[in-house]
Design a protein around this ligand. Structure first.
Ligand SMILES: [Zn+2]
Length: 269
């Protein structure tokens, strides 16, 4: 899924002038439309509702609770999750299949939510455009940034829909995600156990299994697990014990998941 790219000329143009929240949401909506058209979604209301409700429960506790957060499940066994600007978060079926309890799913969602809270993909676009002086000048000279008429004029050349973040962004997303989950009354232990589970599967498959995409898109996982362990050690046991690890909806969701037809295989899988 990292291979899916779009031409985002208009978006790039906007980015060159600095991105407002309204533009960020517009950008996310445009990308989400393309993602929804290109990726298979799990066609099961119960599964989708469970993930959307859990995601919203966490996102509502953040500084960007005003966004119209939407969480969807992609019908793929590949273990991955990604976030578009403006609050559109996607988690693959492969994540749900490997999760043993609600807090493990929450850990992944909390991490993706933090990428949106910190506007990581927007900042990345702004950096790309800052480097592209030509775009900046065009922006200033023509004012097309407001009108968006030059949609086809500039092609940022295969910029991925799914921004690939560096280690610093990933660590930030872990740390913020960890706290997002706690604020929602959910144990952050699931983040730790889930990442460990992925690491074990990755090592067993020698980097050729369904977890490879996760490790490619989320660099530094091994170091980050140690970081999460350190954060866990700093939370008082009395606090941790008061946080939820599971809920009733999780087992119903897993039961529905087990009844689904096998996920379509991605090219090259
Ligand atoms: Zn990430």
């Amino acid at each position: 899924m990292r291979n899916i790219t779009v031409t985002i000329g208009a978006i790039a143009l906007l980015a060159g002038c600095g991105v407002s929240t309204q533009q960020e949401v517009q950008m996310g909506q445009d990308e989400a439309r393309q993602v929804n058209a290109q990726l298979p979604m799990v066609q099961d209301a119960q599964i989708q509702n469970y993930v959307n409700a859990l995601g919203n429960r966490i996102a509502r506790t953040t500084s960007r609770s005003d966004l119209n957060w939407q969480f969807q499940v992609v019908n793929s066994d590949v273990v991955n999750a990604f976030a578009l600007p403006g609050g559109f978060v996607y988690v693959n079926r492969g994540v749900l299949a490997r999760a043993s309890n609600m807090s493990e799913v929450a850990g992944v969602l909390g991490h993706e939510i933090e990428h949106v809270v910190k506007r990581h993909s927007v900042k990345q676009m702004e950096q790309v455009q800052t480097a592209n002086v030509g775009v900046g000048i065009l922006c200033a000279l023509t004012g097309v940034c407001q009108s968006g008429v030059a949609q086809a004029a500039i092609n940022v050349g295969g910029t991925a829909v799914f921004a690939k973040f560096g280690r610093t962004d990933e660590i930030q997303a872990d740390e913020g995600g960890f706290n997002n989950v706690i604020r929602a009354g959910i144990s952050p232990r699931g983040m730790y156990t889930f990442f460990q589970k992925l690491l074990a599967e990755e090592q067993q498959s020698g980097g050729r299994g369904n977890t490879a995409a996760w490790f490619s898109d989320h660099p530094g996982t091994t170091d980050r697990i140690a970081d999460i362990q350190r954060m866990l050690n700093q939370v008082p046991a009395s606090t941790l014990n008061g946080l939820a690890t599971n809920d009733g909806g999780f087992s119903s969701m897993k039961a529905r998941l087990a009844q689904l037809a096998p996920a379509p295989r991605a090219p090259g899988e």
